[in-house]
Design a protein around this ligand. Structure first.
Ligand code: GLN
Length: 486
C-alpha cells in the first residue's frame, strides 16, 4: 500500500477499498517502526492526522473531494502550521507553535490531504546534507551511513522510505532537487512566484520557492494542482492563473528539443553519474526528442554569487529572531543587549551564525558594492544565459549533483566541498526558472537524479517530460531495502 501512487490510492479511497483513517494508521505505524532509523520527522501529528482522515472519509462518503482527499502527506518543518510545532530545524524555534497556517499547507489541507507531521531539515534550510539540523542528521534510506541531501532531507527520506505518500519541500539553491536525487524520488522546484511563500519561514526571499516531492512526476502534478497559484498574501506571488498540471502529462515528446549544457559535464562530475545521465538522455531520444549541445558559460560563477546573495538576505530575514517576540530566549538576561546576544548565540547553530556573519559583512557600508551588487550583476548574467539557451531548446538536461549521496560526516568540516555540491542547482534559483529532479538510475547502489530545467512557468511541460520518461522506465518505482516488508 505504501508504494502506491496518489492516483491509485485516490481510487481505492473512493471505491472504499480502504478508508483514509486506515491508510493514515498504516503510515503512522510505518513512521513509528522505521523512522527511528532515519530521523526524518521532527513532529508526528498523530491526533491532527486522524482527525483530518476522519473528515476526509466523511467527504469521500458524500462523493466529494479531490485526488488528494484522504492522502497522507508530510510537510517540511518550515511551513507554518497552525497549532503544530514549526521549528525550521532550529533550537531558535524549538517552542514555536504558529498561530496561522502557510498558504501551501492550507491549500493542501483544503484539498483534503492528511498531514502526518513535519519533516526534519537543515536549520533554516541552510545546507546540502541535512546534517545542520538541531534535531540531528537524517539518514538516507538507501544506505543509513549516507546523507539524504539537504535541506529538505527529511521530506526526501520520508517519501523514499514510504513514510508518507508525498511531501512538501523548499528550494533556495537546490533543496528540493538535490535530496530528491540522493533519495531516488521526484521533486519539482517551481518558477519563482508560482507557489506562495506566505507562511514559509524565510531563508533568502528572492530565491526561496516551495514545491512537491513525491515518487513520480504524476504525483507531483497532483500536489501542484493544489499548491500553485496566485496568493494576495505574498507580494512576489505571480498574478497569473496556474496551469492544469495533469492535463498534458501524456502529450508525446516527438520533436522535443533538449539542450545539454557542456559546462554541466565538465570536471568534478563523477563519471558514473555522467553515464546515468547520458543513458537517460538516450531514452528521451528513443521517445522522439532531439539533443543538442548548448552553453551556460557563467555556471562557475553561480557558487560565489549565490553564497553572497543567500547569506545577505538571510542576515536580514533572521534579524527578527531576537528573543523578544517568539522563539528561544536566554535565561536571566542582564539587559536588553545581553538578551539579544545570548538568545541568538544560543538559538542559532554554527552554519546559521556563519551565514549571518557573511551576509552582514557583504551588506555593510563600503562592501556592499564589492560583494552584494557584484553578485546581483552575475545573477543577471546567469539569467540571461538561460533565457538565451531556452530560445533554442525546450528543456535543458543535466545532473542534479556532481556525485551521489556522500557519507555522513564526510564533508562537515569542509564548507567549500559542501558548497560545491550545489554547482548544478544554484543557477536555476538565481534565474528563477523551474527545474525537476527525476530518478534516472543508480551509481554504486545509490540513486542518481536527472535534472530537467525549463522556461519560466513551464512546470506543466517539465511534468509532462518527466512523466513520459517514467512511463518507459522504472527507476522511480524502486524501494530501498529498509522500507520493504515493514
Ligand atoms: N545548499 C544550499 C544552501 O545551503 C541550498 C539550500 C536550499 O536550497 N535551501 O544554501
Amino acid at each position: 500500500m505504501f508504494e502506491q501512487s496518489i492516483a491509485t490510492l485516490a481510487k481505492k479511497l473512493r471505491n472504499k477499498d480502504i478508508s483514509s483513517v486506515e491508510l493514515t494508521r498504516l503510515f503512522l505505524a510505518r513512521i513509528a517502526k522505521l523512522d527511528p532509523q532515519l530521523n526524518s520527522f521532527i513532529t508526528v501529528s498523530e491526533e491532527r492526522a486522524l482527525e483530518q482522515a476522519a473528515t476526509a472519509d466523511a467527504l469521500l462518503q458524500s462523493g466529494k473531494g479531490t485526488s488528494l482527499t484522504g492522502i497522507p502527506v508530510a510537510h517540511k518543518d518550515l511551513f507554518c502550521t497552525e497549532g503544530t510545532l514549526t521549528t525550521c530545524g532550529s533550537k531558535m524555534l524549538h517552542n514555536f507553535v504558529p498561530p496561522y497556517e502557510s498558504t501551501v499547507t492550507s491549500r493542501i489541507q483544503q484539498a483534503g490531504a492528511v498531514m502526518l507531521g513535519k519533516t526534519n531539515m537543515d536549520e533554516f534550510a541552510m545546507g546540502s546534507s541535512n546534517e545542520n539540523s538541531f534535531y540531528g542528521a537524517v539518514k538516507n534510506p538507501w544506505n543509513l551511513n549516507m546523507v539524504p541531501g539537504g535541506s529538505s532531507g527529511g521530506s526526501a527520506a520520508a517519501v523514499a522510505a514510504g513514510l508518507a505518500v508525498a511531501a512538501t519541500g523548499t528550494d533556495t539553491g537546490g533543496s528540493i532537487r538535490q535530496p530528491a536525487s540522493f533519495c531516488g524520488i521526484t521533486g519539482l522546484k517551481p518558477t519563482y512566484g508560482r507557489v506562495s511563500r506566505f507562511g514559509m519561514i524565510a531563508y533568502a526571499s528572492s530565491l526561496d520557492q516551495g514545491g512537491p516531492m513525491a515518487k513520480s512526476a504524476e504525483d507531483c502534478a497532483h500536489l501542484m494542482q493544489a499548491m500553485a497559484g496566485f496568493d494576495e498574501k505574498d507580494s512576489t506571488s505571480a498574478d497569473k492563473p496556474a496551469d492544469d498540471y495533469l492535463a498534458n502529462l501524456n502529450a508525446p515528446l516527438t520533436g522535443l528539443k533538449i539542450g545539454l549544457p557542456k559546462e554541466y559535464f565538465g570536471d568534478g562530475l563523477d563519471p558514473k553519474v555522467a553515464d546515468v545521465i547520458m543513458s537517460a538522455v538516450k531514452e528521451f531520444e528513443k521517445l522522439g526528442a532531439t539533443v543538442k549541445e548548448i552553453s551556460l558559460p557563467n555556471l562557475q560563477l553561480s557558487i560565489p554569487s549565490y553564497y553572497v546573495i543567500a547569506p545577505s538576505e538571510a542576515s536580514s530575514n533572521l534579524s527578527r529572531f531576537d528573543g523578544v517576540r517568539f522563539g528561544h530566549r536566554c535565561d536571566n538576561p542582564k539587559d536588553l543587549l545581553d538578551m539579544y546576544m545570548r538568545s541568538r548565540a544560543e538559538g542559532f547553530g554554527t552554519e546559521v551564525q556563519k551565514r549571518i556573519m557573511i551576509g552582514t559583512y557583504a551588506l555593510s557600508e563600503g562592501y556592499y558594492d564589492a560583494y552584494y551588487l557584484k553578485a546581483q550583476k552575475i545573477r543577471r548574467l546567469i539569467k540571461e544565459d538561460f533565457v538565451k539557451a531556452l530560445e533554442e531548446v525546450d528543456v535543458i538536461m543535466g545532473p542534479v549533483a556532481p556525485t551521489t549521496a556522500f557519507g555522513l560526516g564526510s564533508k562537515t568540516n569542509d564548507p567549500v566541498a559542501m558548497y560545491l555540491e550545489d554547482i548544478y542547482t544554484l543557477s536555476v534559483n538565481l534565474a528563477g526558472i523551474p527545474a525537476m529532479s527525476v530518478p534516472a538510475g543508480f551509481a554504486d547502489g545509490m540513486p542518481v537524479g536527472l535534472q530537467i530545467m525549463g522556461n519560466y512557468f513551464a512546470e506543466a511541460k517539465l511534468l509532462n517530460v518527466a512523466h513520459q520518461y517514467q512511463q518507459h522506465t522504472d527507476w522511480h518505482l524502486q524501494t530501498p531495502n529498509m522500507a520493504k516488508g515493514a
